[in-house]
Design a protein around this ligand. Sequence first.
Ligand code: OFO
Length: 176
Amino acid sequence: MEKIDRLKCSLSAVTEQLLNQQVGMEGRSSAHYLAMASWCDVQGYKRAAEFLYHHAEEERTHMLKLFRYINDTGGHAMHPEITEIQHDFQSFRQVFEQVLAHEVKVTRAIHQLVDHCLICKDFTTFNFLQWFVAEQLEEETLARRAVELFDVIGEEGIGRYTIDKELGALKEEDAK
Ligand code: OFO
């Protein structure tokens, strides 16, 4: 019986589970960035907040892309439970350091998923995941540039104000 059920699905049970784990990761990314956006907003870093609101939305589209792929290939996409969201941050800089650390973690997870697809010769999912490989390169680069602003501009005087402004410009570039 289980065998017939699996025939309806072009994903192996393991691949389906791993893709659902990635759905969870993207969903959590979206929630984390939304919480960061809110913190920046209430601290007065309005452009950084816009950067992060936009990023939170992007992560949700990543989650939905995986969601639809799982269901299109006959699997069952599951909405993740999202708990333990960090709402407070030590500093403006810490927010963006955490974004970078998180993006590096997501890249590793995507690469592991790609590696799994190669090992089990699931070339369809391998092909689907190439979009995420390219996207992670962009996201890591963007997050690195955001952290660099703190070093290049410095936080003294009107430093944080200028960094906030530059984050707004980075967001505009990213949205193009
Ligand atoms: Fe979904 O790309 Fe960032 O995490």
